[in-house]
Design a protein. Structure first.
Length: 174
């Protein structure tokens, strides 16, 4: 069984798509551990603010099957395959970590943006503060503490999680 960490982001009907994405993830992966939800300014383009968070789950799926499942969930929530990299998103789901796997294919792991985007690093540090990044060998709490917080605007928000989420859900508050 592998422990996976998942980044979710949306800026098109963000509450609706984030809730739907969480319910879909729970359907495929069971109980989820969730960070708080954060609002952030768009990075790389001018656009409306995003809602972002990180979830953790356990799975027997391969990396390729996990990524394919994420793409299926994105498409079910209105994601268009041909969208530009820096553009509005109905739902963006990325695999950040798959245990301590380091690889380039079928996807880059650990995902590079962990170290560069506050909207990934802060929520990851909430739910896995003592976990070590498998390449830089520092834990996520330390990485977040050292992060230049002036380079990206990000703030936690109140969010009504779907009542249908399993009660074993853990909400962190760092």
């Amino acid at each position: 069984m592998a422990r996976i960490y998942i980044s979710l982001g949306t800026n098109i009907s963000p509450e609706q798509h984030l809730k739907a994405g969480l319910l879909d993830l729970q359907q495929y992966f069971g109980a989820l551990q969730l960070s708080r939800v954060f609002e952030s300014e768009a990075v790389g383009f001018k656009g409306t603010n995003f809602l972002n968070m990180v979830a953790a789950a356990d799975t027997d799926m391969s990396i390729a099957d996990v990524v394919a499942t994420f793409k299926q969930i994105e498409q079910a929530n209105g994601r268009i395959k041909s969208e530009k990299k820096f553009s509005p998103r109905s739902l963006d789901i990325d695999l950040l970590l798959y245990d301590n796997t380091v690889c380039a294919l079928p996807v880059e792991l650990p995902r590079g943006e962990i170290l560069f985007n506050a909207f990934v690093l802060w929520p990851l540090a909430e739910i896995a503060p003592d976990l070590q990044h498998p390449v830089v060998q520092k834990n996520y709490h330390s990485l977040w503490q050292a992060y230049d917080k002036q380079c990206q605007n990000l703030w936690p928000i109140a969010f009504d999680f779907p009542a249908e989420l399993q009660p074993s859900l853990i909400l962190s508050t760092l």
